[in-house]
Design a protein. Structure first.
Length: 425
């Protein structure tokens, strides 16, 4: 791929919320959306900032800062995960909340968008510190969450256990068990079959469609996966099961590369046993971010925002990219990839399987009637294929890329709901 002239000299916007607004405005231009609707849809509805005092194991008290942002509730309650990470900022949570609005609208599930985050380094906290932090954070955001208001779920460095603590804390506060207050719970607590793998499984379904429209076989394709959390580890497993050659994977500490394909099952075992991918026998160790640039057909960014930027996009060799992470590609990099005819399945479509099965979980919780894993996966597959088709057709109709196609579809759905509801009062 040729390097765009002077690309490294361009100063690029990296604030996630500014990026979210750029993505929104690009699609709003195609729709000729008026200024009033733009103002309503590009701002966040509600932002809560909380202090979380936590008694540490050593006895002293540390105070963490946390956020819960509700971007939009025009089509239903706010929905979106909670992230624990040292680099969390309010603007990042605002961006993630707005991406949830567009994601839910893209796949047509009846939710708005929300997100939460706590600035902390979960790897340095003990289980009991994490539990106290989670319970106090849940208590602080309790006034604005609930099954019909705003439904959190896991995100980066939060798990089923985190959701169990939140569900229990809110149930204690309300005086009765409230299953549908969070999704991504353990099965024993009203969680759904298939939810833990749903983000990656949904991406697999979208990726198969992308391969189909590109006339490429996933079987035999060389795949590189950036990030080895829930989404990255599962997509490595699923693509390998589909016959792809997973040539590279990475976690926050290192990347692994093998031209002939890595043993994904061995990588999963090694990560489970040692906590990292480092030192896996039979693979070449490279820098984490190098997996973005290895020779491959399919690239699956599954870590954090701003992985592919104007500064490094010229090194990307993949011809299909499916974004399991939220916001891994900057708008500048998007334009370069589109110019180079790279087919990019955007985050708000590619990783929407997670929230889609969260929706199934919430529905099951409301009915106290639970579905089989086959039913979940079949329904998810139909939903992802239909959403891919709608986005693809929209992108074709407007002669634009898949991200803009997805935003056009999502914005028109949220704008329609907003205009028929009207502005209160
Ligand atoms: N955190 C996930 C996402 O970014 C899942 C959200 C959910 O299930 O509500 O889509």
């Amino acid at each position: 791929m040729s390097k765009p002239q002077g690309a490294t000299a361009v100063k690029e916007e990296l604030n996630p919320f500014e990026i979210a607004k750029q993505q929104f405005n690009r699609a709003a231009d195609y729709l000729d959306l008026d200024d009033s609707m733009r103002a309503v849809l590009s701002n966040t509805k509600r932002q809560l900032i909380v202090s979380i005092p936590v008694k540490m194991d050593s006895g002293h008290v540390e105070v963490f800062e946390g956020y819960r942002v509700q971007h939009n509730i025009a089509r239903g309650p706010a929905k979106g995960g909670i992230r624990y990470h040292p680099n969390v900022t309010l603007d990042e949570v605002k961006a993630l909340a707005s991406w949830m609005t567009w994601k839910c609208a893209t796949v047509g599930i009846p939710y708005g968008g929300g997100k939460g985050g706590v600035i902390c380094d979960p790897k340095s906290l003990s289980m009991s510190e994490l539990e106290r932090l989670t319970r106090r954070y849940a208590f602080e955001i309790a006034p604005i969450i609930g099954p019909d208001r705003d439904i959190p779920a896991p995100d980066v460095y939060t798990t089923e256990q985190t959701m169990a603590w939140i569900m229990d804390t809110i149930s204690m506060v309300r005086g009765h068990t409230q299953l549908g207050v969070v999704t991504g719970k353990p099965i024993a607590l009203g969680g759904s079959e298939g939810r833990s793998e749903a983000t990656a499984r949904g991406c697999l379904y979208a990726l198969r469609e992308a391969c189909r429209v590109r006339g490429m076989e996933l079987s035999g394709a060389r795949v590189s996966v950036h990030g080895f959390g829930n989404a990255g580890a599962n997509i490595a497993r699923f693509t390998a099961a589909d016959g792809a050659r997973v040539v590279a994977v990475s976690d926050s500490r290192c990347g692994l590369y093998s031209e002939n394909g890595l043993d994904v099952a061995a990588a999963l075992r090694h990560k489970a046993e040692t906590g990292s991918l480092m030192g896996l026998p039979g693979a070449k160790e490279i820098a984490s971010d190098e997996v973005l640039f290895v020779d491959c057909d399919v690239l699956l960014p599954s870590a954090l925002e701003n992985a592919i930027t104007l500064e490094n996009v010229h090194k990307v060799k993949a011809t299909i990219i499916a974004e399991l992470a939220n916001g891994p590609t900057t708008p500048g990099a998007d334009r370069v990839l589109a110019d180079n005819d790279v087919f990019l399945v955007p985050d708000i479509l590619a990783n929407a399987g997670g929230v889609t099965v969260s929706y199934y979980e919430w529905v099951q919780d409301q009915y106290s009637f639970f579905w089989s894993e086959n039913r979940i996966n079949d329904t998810l597959e139909r939903s992802m294929r239909a959403a891919f088709q709608s986005v693809y057709e929209t992108a074709q109709r407007y002669h634009t890329d898949m991200r803009t196609g997805a935003y056009i579809l999502a914005i028109s759905r949220v704008a329609e709901a907003t205009s028929v509801r009207g502005i209160f009062p």
